[in-house]
Design a binder for this molecule. Structure first.
Ligand SMILES: Cc1ncc(COP(=O)(O)O)c(C=O)c1O
Length: 416
């Protein structure tokens, strides 16, 4: 190994010589739309034009018939669950590696989350892992498309629909993720998206749902608005079921619209960056690049690799630290533990001491959450390294990221 290949962590020159690219997310369009929204003299979604324009634009982008807006990704998923009629005693299957937003709505409907294991390299649920968890209590499945990459959702839909089980797609991390010629979010009964500040596009906070089913659309719009029915001439405030206020304000919709107008371009760039990163490192021993279906274009919300420490010649922590010393944005791990390993599940304290919804009489069953439930998901979390993927990263960022990974890998191979 030549002297200039000495790792930065050992005092060598770092590979990355310039800072990663950055960009301003909000610009003239957002300002223009916000001003226009304020000039409407109302910020109420039913009266103003921006929530409607946002819905029209997002539905068109996805080729969906209907779109509704909500206050967050979490509320979009809760709204979808409410619309399909999830109620106490039901089970809803979802992923163990996700944000709590995928699960909170299930709990608020007093339904029991059931976790399906993941594919070891796409990090997504599969038809097989979902099918294994279906019982006569399963009302719905929340399919999470993790990190911009499509789960094989068509197969999951097939397994579910023949049993009358609804499929809700959690696309919070997966805008414009093309899968077999369509965007994810359009395969299940309802697709849900987040506009929180960490996503491909941001309105600060916000959520959107898409569907082709008019009845579900009506139910979703009402569920996000206290189950008030505003579709007729007079507002009908007489619902048999409780529902929250998850309305989006016109200001958020104004920013959301400007952002949605850019989302395809953003995702295209992330797709190119992530695929090029894969091409640059896929041959390295002990490194497993994310598995993307041949008919999928991932929009790489982030870029997650897995390592085999024996093959790699070091621990993933050492590898990630060495990368950081080279100037690369890399971190060992993603979320610390599977969702079901959190206290509210292991201690069944989601709603205090009553053990509801897990061991409530209306459930008629008991459930246990503990380490070991989804072994592949647990293994993914123990062996992954997270790299960033941004639409504003430059060609140089890409080259240096690849060069740094190759340099660190070569060093640990040389001392194995
Ligand atoms: C997969 C997934 N689902 C749901 C959510 C919830 O979105 P929000 O933060 O907008 O409520 C997130 C947000 O991080 C997410 O990543």
């Amino acid at each position: 190994m030549s002297i200039n290949e000495k790792l930065a962590i050992h005092g060598g020159a770092p590979v990355k010589t310039t800072p990663y690219g950055t960009a301003k997310r909000f610009g003239k369009k957002e300002l223009e739309y916000v001003e226009e929204a304020l000039n409407q003299n109302t910020l109420f979604y039913w009266k103003g034009s921006f929530a409607k324009r946002l819905c029209a634009k997002f539905a068109e982008l996805n080729g969906s018939k209907f779109c509704a807006v909500t206050s967050s990704g979490t509320s979009a998923i809760h709204t979808a669950l409410g619309a399909v009629g999830v109620q106490p005693g039901d089970e809803v299957i979802t992923a163990p590696i996700t944000d709590m937003g995928s699960v909170i709505g299930i709990l608020y409907q007093n339904a029991v989350p059931v976790f399906a294991d993941l594919d070891p390299h796409s990090y997504n649920m599969t038809a097989k892992t979902v099918e294994e968890k279906i019982t006569d209590k399963t009302r719905a499945v929340v399919v999470v498309h993790l990190a911009g990459n499509a789960a094989e959702v068509d197969e999951i839909v097939e397994v579910c629909h023949k049993r009358g089980i609804y499929v809700i797609e959690d696309c919070a991390q997966s805008y414009c993720c093309e899968y077999k010629g369509k965007y994810v979010g359009t395969y299940g009964d309802i697709g849900c998206f987040s506009l929180n500040d960490f996503k491909h596009i941001s309105a600060g906070d916000g959520g959107m749902i898409i569907t082709d089913n008019e009845e579900l659309y009506h139910k979703a719009v009402m569920f996000a608005d206290k189950n008030y029915n505003r579709f007729g001439n007079d507002v009908v405030r007489n619902s048999p079921h409780v529902a929250p206020n998850y309305r989006m304000s016109e200001l958020v919709a104004a920013v959301g619209l400007a952002q949605v107008e850019k989302v395809e371009e953003i995702c295209k760039k992330r797709n190119a960056y992530g695929d090029a990163l894969t091409a640059g490192i896929r041959d390295l021993p002990g490194i497993y690049v994310p598995k993307v279906h041949p008919d999928c274009k991932s929009s790489y919300w982030f870029y997650l690799i897995r390592v085999d420490e024996k093959e790699l010649g070091c621990t993933r922590e050492e590898f990630a630290e060495a990368l950081r010393a080279e100037g690369i944005q890399a971190g060992a791990g993603y979320i610390k533990q599977c969702v079901y390993e959190m206290d509210m599940f292991t201690n069944q304290t989601a709603f205090g001491d009553m053990k509801c919804p897990f061991s409530c009489p209306y459930y008629g069953k008991t459930v246990e959450y503990k380490t070991g439930l989804c072994p592949t998901a647990e293994e993914i979390l123990k062996t992954c390294i997270r790299l960033e993927s941004k639409e504003y990263f430059t060609e140089q960022d890409l080259k240096e990221t690849i060069a740094a990974i190759r340099k660190v890998s070569a060093y640990y191979q040389s001392i194995k």
